[in-house]
Design a protein around this ligand. Sequence first.
Ligand code: SF4
Ligand code: SF4
Length: 371
Amino acid sequence: MAGEILIKPDLQFVKRVMAAGGDTVKQCYQCDTCSVVCNLTPDQKPFPRKEMLQAQWGLKEVLSDPDIWLCHQCSDCTVYCPRGANPGEVLAVLRQMTIEKYATPPLLAKAVGDPKFLPLLILFPMVLLFLALKLTGHWNIPEGTIVYSKLFPTLLVDFIFVPAFFFAVAVLAKGVMAFWQDINAPHPWRVKVEGNLVGNLIATLQDIIFHNRFRTCETTYTRSTNHLFLVFGFIFLLIVTTWGFLNEWVLHNEPPYFLLSPLKLLAMAGTASLLYGIWNIVKERQANAAKAGYGSYYDWFLIYVIFTVGATGLLAWLFRLVGIRILAYPTYFLHLTAVFMLFFYAPYTKMAHIVYRTVAMLHARMSGRGF
Ligand code: SF4
Ligand code: SF4
């Protein structure tokens, strides 16, 4: 019959949702309270009730549902759910599984979500950096004034980090293009996109950069402000990295830079913003754990990596200022390890939400869903 939808439930999928942290999904009895209280959901085809149903029934297509990315995990729905089904957390699990689905290789995404593999994920960049130092004859604490390029010459850093960065960009691009294709594939539940892609993308990015939608959350309202600090911290540090790269390759102006140089000041502002944001996110998660959930290992993996990047960056700077070589260089080594983890694993961690959420918000805007 025309218009019929063939439903293919997958029990293994339900078990995976439950094992990954969505163990409450079966408690949902479809009352729709969650969709009513959610301030972010569109009027047409609202979430998260329909996603709870799809997850309960083992409908894997939910992983190609852009709506799971329109949720900012504010937990308003979790607070009001009369069955304790934790819809906010279930959607977070579905996003994690989506990242896993579109990542290449998916095994690495599975490893990022499994605490058993944490030692390996830390060891990989450490061994890589160690080998780089050993093979280039730099595996010693340099004498004299502390200058980090004495340990890791800029060329060596570029040699490791530039390919790691482009690897992450390529994996993310491949994943997000497949996601875009899937969310636009013909399906009775899907909505069609129309309009100017570039104009809508600019409007979407404006919305994201100022967290306009994120700010409408209630239960964890402060999360949007703290997240904003984090975003601006990253933007500042991205400018610093690009500036440093241009200094090195175009202007041939090698570090160290003097303490109050604009580059250093921007780096300090970025680090401070990053640390302030992540520190408050940790505190806010702990304070709201009883009503909004504590978050999964997958959430905390990224939080700890970002925190380590900020903390080791700050400590490496302080140890250099006070001249403690024996602490400064090892801290810098740890800092580079954390930075590598942040970038290289980005397509497999919650960091990937930057591109998937952007694409989903763009899709919502272009399909007239009130964005
Ligand atoms: S998740 Fe909770 S609030 Fe939402 S439909 Fe299910 S039972 Fe109702
Ligand atoms: S966590 Fe917040 S944004 Fe996400 S579905 Fe629930 S109420 Fe909506």
